[in-house]
Design a protein around this ligand. Structure first.
Ligand code: PEP
Ligand code: MG
Length: 755
């Protein structure tokens, strides 16, 4: 049963559309459990009915035409209970409903299983038997597992409009958008450009061939290239591997030379598919044949074929470097959009970002906010490969994505976009105004950055300095560790751009979701692994090079501070401070007029929060990294869209921890700021103001919004709100309290689309 299940799941996942996926399910389930009928009903809440969407065993003509009332019959019962219902003699059940239009004879055995996504029933998978039949546990779990596979396909179809077109389900149901995490506020309307990882067949988007003959040439050259490299690999490996292991190379070469692989791909290009799309489809078609085989050995050949496909793709991609035409209003879409891909899009054309993976706390989201580009992350049901060139709306306030929106949705969003622009102009008026509460408390606002801001951009003029300079980005976009001299150039630029205002350079914080292509780290739990100063302590040579570069870059400017990330224990701080002192002394001996900088630590691990006194005694300043602190306190991976709903800096446990940090810092007169995204999130900003943090550091895109918040509240009002929030037990209550407070002072537009 397990093997059959595996095979069906493969087929469903690779089906080109929902109808094909449903056809696979009803046919295979009927056969596997030896039933007389298998059907799928899709639930249409708007019209209060379940529509027959596919069947094997009932009249095919009934599909799309026959429907059952939402709350009647056994199908209605499955939907209400949201759990499987198995009845051995259906006609004697009080909820039984006899339907004639489907060509039903009297069926006795009944098994109905709900298809559920995000706690909502999307449809019901039904298995029927003429004779009375009690389905056993194995059969029920089998059907149940397959029903779960259908949920994603149904959500895709809902979003793309396929469902309303093919099954006549209501077109404008609220599910016509895809849900993700609101990650950078704002509204964007534009055309999709799909970005994808190199040498990843699945990630290749659907595109049309531009010059079929040239693409066929490229394809032939790529195949020849792979053939040559396989042959030389085989010769090399032949010296060390036994003959039977070499057989794999023969098999790969044989497949490569097979006429069908080459001719089918070329045929597809002739039919208008882009070379990479054609290769992807041909490889997948071949692999599926093996996937379906019951023999385990033969099934494994599917992965050989995919491996071959990846090799050809790699050649295609390196021989023909990606040249993308970015439209004026580009919405960048990807399975897992990375920082580097973001940088590839000309800034003036990028209007929105949608990523299937990640969440609001991912680093790409942070960059998006810094650039003021609306973003929705963690859109789990995003049909990435089918999105190229489509018109989409990104609603970064609510985390919604509309694919090929209807005219009415489009005009509504155009209105919201216009209101957003008006809000932006309103904010512009705050330029140059002090960041001061209504009762005269100054709250300096600093900038988070990882790039050297162009002089004259918003952040440079408006901020009191840089509260967090993430040094990873220059490390990430190279093919080796940058040396001392090249790091100096980088740091000097940012130090000079802000001098005499302070600039806080954070030492390298790699690990977690930030890896360096040339420094592989394979860990099953990277956020709990080798990260930040843990790497620095194990590789003092990397740390010392960076510190030397920082100290030399600051010569004569006196505005540089150093900050250590991911501190868990005081001994780490003691050791690193000694290393910083050593770098300073050595440079002095070498004749550089370096100055000892102020040194601070990030409080972003719960252990550091609970040792705040010991840390405050040792350092010159503290800065709360609320992004990580929240993830570690709530045990919610900041990048995982499945649990993104659980990630909130307004959680009472996060607020209580923050209060403890601020009180500890104050006991020792140690300045404390917040540099996590929380600082730029208006509902949270007010609470931080109430706690008495000394300053806030945020993305450039949040600066004026936060200034508006600060200028609209008094510290005493913020304190009262904090006291009320601390009495609350649930994050939703806190959110409502703070959104209400923002509405009350006329700032509702900062937390929702439209002002
Ligand atoms: C944080 O964790 O809040 C932080 C500012 O650091 P990063 O987002 O770079 O991990
Ligand atoms: Mg962090």
């Amino acid at each position: 049963m397990l093997e059959i299940l595996h095979r069906i799941i493969q087929e469903v996942n690779t089906a080109p559309d929902l109808n094909a996926a449903l056809a696979v399910i009803v046919k295979e389930v009927k056969q596997a459990v030896k039933a007389d009928v298998c059907s799928v009903y899709l639930t249409d809440y708007e019209n209060r009915r379940h529509v027959l969407a596919a069947t094997h065993g009932l009249r095919k003509e009934a599909v799309g035409k026959v429907s059952l009332p939402l709350h009647r019959g056994l199908v209605g019962l499955v939907c209400e209970r949201a759990e499987p219902v198995s009845v051995d003699d259906a006609p004697s059940h009080p909820r039984y409903l006899f339907v004639t239009e489907t060509g039903e004879v009297l069926y006795h055995g009944f098994l109905g299983v709900p298809v559920i996504q995000n706690r909502k029933v999307l449809g019901v998978l039904v298995v029927r038997q003429r004779k009375p039949r009690q389905f056993d546990d194995n059969e029920i779990t089998f059907v149940f597992t397959l029903a779960a596979q259908l949920a994603g396909a149904i959500t895709h179809a809902q979003a793309s409009g396929e469902l309303s077109r093919d099954l006549n389900l209501t077109a404008d149901t609220p599910a016509r958008f895809l849900r993700g995490r609101p990650s950078s506020s704002g509204v964007a309307i534009g055309s999709v450009v799909v970005t994808y990882r190199a040498a990843d067949l699945e990630a290749v988007p659907d595109r049309r061939a531009e010059d079929a003959e040239a693409e066929i040439e490229q394809f032939r050259a790529a195949v020849a290239g792979v053939e040559e490299s396989l042959r030389s690999l085989k010769t090399r490996i032949g010296k060390v591997l036994p003959v039977e292991e070499q057989a794999l190379f023969d098999a790969l070469l044989l497949m490569l030379g097979s006429d069908s692989l080459v001719s089918q791909t070329i045929g597809r290009i002739h039919h208008g598919e882009w070379v990479q799309t054609a290769l992807r489809n041909t490889i997948e078609e071949h692999a599926l044949v093996f996937d379906k085989m019951d023999d385990v050995y033969l099934r494994e050949r599917a992965s050989d074929i995919r491996d071959l496909g990846r090799r050809i793709l790699m050649h295609l991609q390196t021989d023909t470097p990606r040249s993308v035409n970015y439209p004026d209003q580009t919405i960048l879409v990807g399975e897992d959009v990375g920082a580097v891909e973001l940088m590839e899009v000309p800034r003036e054309r990028l209007v929105g970002i949608i990523s299937a993976a990640g969440s609001g706390a991912s680093h790409v989201a942070i960059l998006a906010r810094a650039m003021g580009v609306p973003a929705v992350m963690g859109v789990a049901d995003l049909p990435v490969s089918r999105m190229e060139g489509r018109e989409v709306i990104v609603d970064g306030y609510h985390g919604r994505v509309y694919v090929s929106p209807t005219p009415s949705v489009l005009s509504e969003y155009k209105r919201l976009e216009a209101e957003d622009r008006a809000l932006f102009l309103e904010l512009e008026k705050l330029k140059g105004e002090p960041s001061e509460t209504t009762d005269g408390v100054q709250v300096p606002l600093y900038l988070n950055t990882g790039l050297v801001p162009d002089t004259g951009t918003l952040g440079t003029g408006e901020s009191s300095g840089v509260g967090l300079y993430r040094t990873e980005l220059p490390f990430m976009v190279r093919d080796r560790f940058p040396g001392e001299e090249s790091q100096i150039v980088n740091y000097r630029l940012v130090l000079e751009a802000f001098a005499p205002r302070p600039v806080t350079l954070r030492t390298l914080d790699i690990g977690g979701d930030k890896s360096l292509p040339y420094f592989p780290m394979k860990e099953s739990n990277p956020f709990l692994g080798w990260r930040g100063i843990r790497v620095s302590l194990d590789h003092p040579e990397i740390f010392l090079t960076q510190i030397r570069a920082m100290l030399r870059a600051a010569v004569g400017l006196y505005n540089m501070q150093i900050m250590l990330p991911m501190v868990t224990s005081v001994s780490e701080v003691d050791e690193l401070m000694l290393l910083i002192q050593r770098a300073h002394d050595e440079l002095e001996e070498e004749g550089y007029p370096v100055a000892m900088p102020r040194i601070g630590v990030m409080v972003e691990v719960p252990a550091a929060a609970f040792q705040i006194d010991a840390l405050a005694r040792r350092v010159d300043f503290l800065s709360v990294g609320s992004n990580d602190l929240t993830q570690y306190l709530l045990a919610v991976d900041r990048n995982n869209p499945r649990v993104a709903e659980l990630y909130s800096e307004l959680h009472p446990a996060v607020l209580k921890t923050l209060v403890q940090i601020v009180e500890g810092a104050k006991r020792y007169g140690c300045p404390v700021s917040v540099c996590g995204e929380m600082a730029g999130h208006p509902p949270a900003t007010v609470l931080l103001l109430g706690m008495g943090v000394d300053s806030l550091s945020m993305s450039a895109g949040s600066l004026l919004r936060v200034k508006w918040v600060i200028r609209s509240f008094s510290r005493s009002h913020a304190r009262q709100l904090l006291q009320a929030a601390l009495r609350m037990e649930d994050v939703q209550q806190v959110r409502r309290l703070m959104e209400g407070a923002l509405e009350d002072v006329g700032l509702g537009g900062l937390v929702r689309a439209g002002s």
